[in-house]
Write a protein that binds this ligand. Sequence first.
Ligand SMILES: [Zn+2]
Length: 216
Amino acid sequence: MSKKYISEKEGRRLICEIGRRMFAKNFVAANDGNISVLLSPRKVLCTPTGTSKGFMEEEDLIIIDMQGSVIRGHKEPSSEMKMHLEVYKQNPNVSAVVHAHPVNATALAVAGIPLTEPILTESVVVVGEIPLAPYATAGTDEVADAVRPLCKDYNGALLANHGAVVWAEDLMKAWYRMESLEQTAEIYIKSRFILGKANTLSTEDVSKLKKRYDIK
Ligand SMILES: [Zn+2]
């Protein structure tokens, strides 16, 4: 099956839109977070470093190659783009990556708790099991090393003492996955740790859902 790529125009529009939503939902502070999408097998449109995701203009975005070198644009890529590139390299089905620091998902990441219990339909269908990637020093190759083993079998990861990253076949799907991940994390924390009781879906419920939505 050949992969469909988004046009550069639509990619710029959608990344800025997702950046605004990310900022509005308090998923990022200061210049945190980054968003990228594949324009072709070797070209990635992404957010630049040092820019608030809530106030990006389409021309602020840059295009990099698979080694992270800038092909087009005036700004520098975020050092976290190494993590995005690693996901693209490891999983040929992925066309978009979204990274943010949403409070609840990040709280789990700080506590060292993965988001793997099936508590909601969304946590099975939209998000899937989200494992915890080990702590990695920001800006180093450790970040790519930490997510490498998880790229093929999961839809995202909690990054220990850092935040969350998700990936998908297209940008909006990746964004919705981040939204659902954060909501699942909040409900999980409230039920499991505040109320002290989280009834999980049974193995049978989970397999029925997976069958219904054609999830492996
Ligand atoms: Zn980050």
